[in-house]
Design a protein around this ligand. Sequence first.
Ligand code: ADP
Ligand code: GN1
Ligand code: MG
Length: 370
Amino acid sequence: MVQAEQTLQEVLGAFDFGAPVVGAIRYGCGHINDTFVVHTQPEDRCCRRFILQRMSAAAFKHPDQLMENIIGVTDFLGEQIKAHGGDRSREAMEVIRPRNGQDYYTDSQGGAWRLYPFVEGTICHQAADTPELFAASGRAFGRFQRLLADYPADTLYETIPHFHDTEDRLAKFKAAVAEDKLGRARDCQPEIDFVLAREADCSVALNAMREGKLPLRVTHNDTKLNNVLMDDKTGEGMCIIDLDTVMPGLVLYDFGDSIRFGANHCAEDETDLSKVSLDVDLFAVYTKAFLEGTGGSLTNEEIAMLPWGAKLMTLECGIRFLTDYLVGDEYFHISREKHNLDRCRTQFKLVADMEARWAELEAIVAQYRK
Ligand code: ADP
Ligand code: GN1
Ligand code: MG
């Protein structure tokens, strides 16, 4: 795929921004899509901003299906938010169609682009600097889960097949180690062994689902702190973004991915592992807030298994980073050599911490069983 900048001018011409465009620059810290903020200058008011994104062709093979999911979900959320007396324009994303009336624009190089209004008056945090902030994200993701409880899950496409199928992630990892096409396995034998020692863990949530202990729900599946925009005045979670992976899933995935990313005080790609550790207090804060947000709708079995959500999402993400390192960084954007290996190492350090403090995690969730 060509650099997104190469077709940016063409794409800007494909949308009606309602005012002259004065600039478009790269924006945000996402690992997957190419995101730009577009500034326009209406005559009668101050600058209006938009988020323009080229969807990752490596991650998403069917942008048409992806956009159908997003439009279905954002329309549904919009209705729910209005029914609860909320502000639809700030609390849910809204797709702006290109001039040709389709759900997104395909550029001359095959790139698929979509446009959203920029949700103003919000902050996107990269780290849970305070417990209040982390709690606010937990309430927002819990609420998101609750608002979508009646969404017809069987109408959603699986935008990335086997996305949180940890057994499948393990199989792909093993294949990458076996092929070792770039000779990188020698740089990461301890990490490879770390995964192989946890092979059985990869089946724990899936087994529980197959045994009927965990229900399928509509889940976000990518609940990093930077996928919720916070109100800059109240600090509350305002708008859940990055809806590419909304699909049927287990509640463990949404809970777990938030813990993976937020219940620590380091960047995902920190190279000094002495700075990487699980903050159990933040785990407790998030658990309480997330369960508040879900409005008491989870089963006892789901609550009891929340620590597994945290461990599995962290292990799985580490496996994904390691696999991408082994195959040559095809999926996650990198900005330095061994970036994906560094990311993998932080994840495995967090997994080891979770294992060491497992009894504490179980005691925290036990408080919330009915
Ligand atoms: P990726 O899948 O690459 O993570 P995201 O959809 O999360 O892409 O967008 C990347 C970043 O762009 C977000 O972390 C956020 O900072 C910003 N962003 C995305 N959508 C909006 C929006 N509608 N309003 C304001 N900021 C947004
Ligand atoms: C990606 O899109 P973004 O940057 O929010 C990835 C997640 C990973 C995360 C790791 C579609 O999230 O699954 O957990 O990176 N999203 C996709 O930071 O693969
Ligand atoms: Mg994102």
